[in-house]
Design a protein around this ligand. Structure first.
Ligand SMILES: Cc1ncc(C[n+]2csc(CCOP(=O)(O)OP(=O)(O)O)c2C)c(N)n1
Ligand SMILES: [Mg+2]
Length: 323
């Protein structure tokens, strides 16, 4: 892995981590309302995947801020969206769970567990019949892998050889439910391996994620059908701001924290002489500045006007879909 790429991984993961910490603080101050699902601990998945999957459509569940930023969404418009401001990426009407930007092919944020998977399948089908090279990436949690929509999606994607990467973030918990209580096994790639190539990777290692998604992307772009990646990861926070996560033991938490994706990348890069130690201080300072600017931008932006209430309810351009 060359040093420029490692620097980028570090910068984006650190930006994601600090963004989430800032969002948590803003939530506690009452500046963000509604649901807020933090990605702290899982940054390697979002960053490694989006750096590898640089072309094609992205579908995601609600734990999505870092994914959106890693895709190239400006942290300012992400923070403004969390604040419910008109300058937010979804004009302040989506909030944390609905970061949607067609210019980035980012069809983000589905609040229904596994609800976005059939939509990703439909999009992959469209890509295939339109003869486009780039495919589709869909990210979801371990809990989603128990849903009917998940099994229907892997089935039809495999039967029709659709260009779709299924990326499962196995953080072992669906809110407070341990995956092993509701699944016959905790290694979830077994669920897909009769349908498509399926592998389990270290989701705390950004380089491993990048490598796996790069391989998967090449596979789907060659018209060979879908590909399944299970990334083992862990969220340090509760499921959302209304959950303290206390159903998990301190020991378990410590094991995963010792595998922290950001600290370990930095340690490894310095030890191997890949990146100069000074880079990290500079990157941290730059991140702080970006976050401060994002908060100021969100705080200073106006709320959507009342006239926006009935806008964007139906898609005006879509009337030609029904003959
Ligand atoms: C169909 C459906 N059932 C239940 C819920 C409530 N719910 C929201 S998030 C969640 C847990 C999902 O966990 P997982 O798929 O592992 O993703 P994670 O939150 O760990 O990233 C549940 C049960 C929902 N939103 N949609
Ligand atoms: Mg989970």
């Amino acid at each position: 892995m060359h040093s420029g790429r490692i620097e980028k991984f570090y910068y984006l993961m650190k930006l994601g981590r600090e963004f989430e910490l800032a969002a948590k603080e803003q939530y506690m101050q009452g500046n963000i309302a509604g649901f807020l699902h933090l990605d702290i601990g899982q940054e390697a998945c979002s960053v490694g995947a989006m750096q590898a999957f640089d072309k094609g459509d992205v579908f995601t569940h609600y734990r999505e801020h870092v994914l959106a930023i890693a895709r190239g969404m400006d942290p300012k418009i992400v923070m403004a969206e969390l604040f419910g401001k008109v300058t937010g990426v979804s004009k302040g009407k989506g909030g944390s769970m609905h970061l949607f930007d067609p210019d980035l092919d980012f069809y983000g944020g589905d609040a229904i567990v596994a609800g976005h998977l059939p939509i990703a399948v439909g999009c992959a089908y469209a890509r295939k019949i339109q003869g486009e090279k780039a495919g589709v990436f869909a990210i979801f949690g371990d809990g989603a892998s128990n849903a009917g929509a998940f099994f229907e999606s892997i089935n039809i994607a495999a039967a029709w050889k659709l260009p779709l990467i299924f990326f499962c973030e196995n953080n072992y918990y669906a809110i407070g439910t341990r995956i092993g209580w509701v699944s016959p096994f905790e290694e979830l790639y077994h669920k897909a391996r009769n349908y498509m190539p399926a592998k389990r990777i270290d989701g705390m290692d950004v380089c491993a994620v990048y490598k796996a998604v790069t391989e998967a992307k090449e596979y789907i772009e060659n018209g060979l059908g879908p590909y399944f990646i299970e990334a083992e990861t862990y969220r340090y926070e509760g499921h959302s701001m209304s959950d303290n996560g206390k159903y998990r033991s301190e020991e378990e938490m410590e094991i995963f924290k010792s595998r922290d994706p950001i600290e370990n990348l930095k340690k490894h890069a310095i030890a191997e002489g890949l990146v100069a130690p000074e880079y990290f201080d500079e990157a941290d300072k730059k991140v702080q500045k970006v976050i401060e600017e994002a908060i100021a931008f969100a705080a200073d932006s106006p709320e959507p006007p009342l006239s926006e209430l009935y806008e964007d309810v139906y898609c005006k351009e879509c009337t030609n879909v029904i003959p």
